[in-house]
Design a protein around this ligand. Structure first.
Ligand code: ATR
Length: 271
């Protein structure tokens, strides 16, 4: 029987994950089917149980269920524990294992697809929600010179920085405290782009040659990338590469085979 996988979310209709994993399967010769499954807002656990009963072997989890998925798991990988959220589920006879491949996907996209060295660089991470938390451990593992977490609610950024203090040089603050500081890599992990809102970043926070990276993606520039472009930043990247790389990492976790991501990313970028 063909192994079944899926992505759970709400909404889920526009998910690119089925197309990505189907391409990975074709490329690697793995016999799997991968579908998008809409879970009711108050029915995530039941949706997971139903899928396991149908023979599901694993699943991805997207908005808004990553924290609930964490609580549902019987055990967690170290990186899922660090993130406090789960985007990859592995179903086995003895229970559900939760993993998180988001941070690894971000770092892989930065390193490999964008040729950006994080080691020794000044990194600014915007946001202090789940997306930021998932990125922090893997970013600090790359040994940046310093990592500043800035958030609309400064206290949340400060708490997050404190939580990760043992993992590297990390500080938390509000946006106004960024005045006069310069960064080589600025990563947007807020959901402000969703509503087309622009973050109040001080002029000059981008060092010459800096990369502006939005974990979000959409048609054309996100609000964050449009603002960075208007500020004179020429190196810009959206989160499509991260999406493909976190998927490749999940595929590897499930199948033990690492797909080549470049052609899949190129296909997704076709209009
Ligand atoms: P996610 O799981 O996507 O990270 P989240 O946990 O709800 O979602 O976190 C959303 C993040 O985006 C938070 O850092 C939030 O800032 P607050 O902590 O101050 O709420 C940030 N955010 C959302 N909308 C924003 C906006 N319009 N301007 C600035 N920050 C925003």
């Amino acid at each position: 029987m063909t192994d079944r996988y899926c992505v759970f979310g709400n909404p889920i209709g526009h998910s690119k994950s089925p197309a990505i994993h189907t391409r990975f399967a074709q490329q690697t010769g793995e016999e799997i089917v991968y579908e998008a499954r809409l879970a009711p807002i108050d029915g995530f656990a039941a949706a997971v149980r139903d899928f396991i009963a149908l023979g599901g072997r694993g699943a991805n989890v997207t908005v808004p269920f990553k924290e609930e998925a964490f609580r549902l798991c019987d055990r967690h990988t170290p990186r899922a524990l660090q993130a406090g959220a789960v985007n990859t589920l592995i179903f086995a006879g003895d229970g559900i294992t939760g993993d998180n491949t988001d941070g690894a996907g971000l770092v892989q996209d930065l390193n490999t697809n964008l040729g950006t060295v994080i080691a020794g660089r000044r990194v600014l991470l915007l946001g202090a929600g789940g997306a930021a938390r998932g990125a922090l451990g893997p970013l600090l593992a790359e040994k940046p010179a310093l990592l500043v977490v800035a958030n609309r609610t400064a206290a949340k950024a400060e708490a997050l920085a404190e939580h990760f203090a043992a993992d590297g040089p990390v500080d938390g603050c509000g946006f106004t405290a960024l005045a006069g500081r310069h960064f080589d890599l600025v990563i947007n992990a807020t959901s402000a782009s969703l509503g087309g809102e622009v973050l109040p970043l001080p002029a000059g926070c981008y060092a010459p040659g800096a990369l502006a990276y939005d974990m979000m993606y959409g048609k054309g520039d996100t609000a964050f990338l449009a603002a960075a472009r208007a500020a004179g930043v020429t190196r810009l990247a959206d989160g499509l590469g991260m999406l493909v790389e976190q998927a490749a990492e999940a595929f590897f976790v499930w199948r033990g085979v690492r797909p080549v991501t470049q052609p899949v990313l190129e296909a997704l970028r076709q209009p």
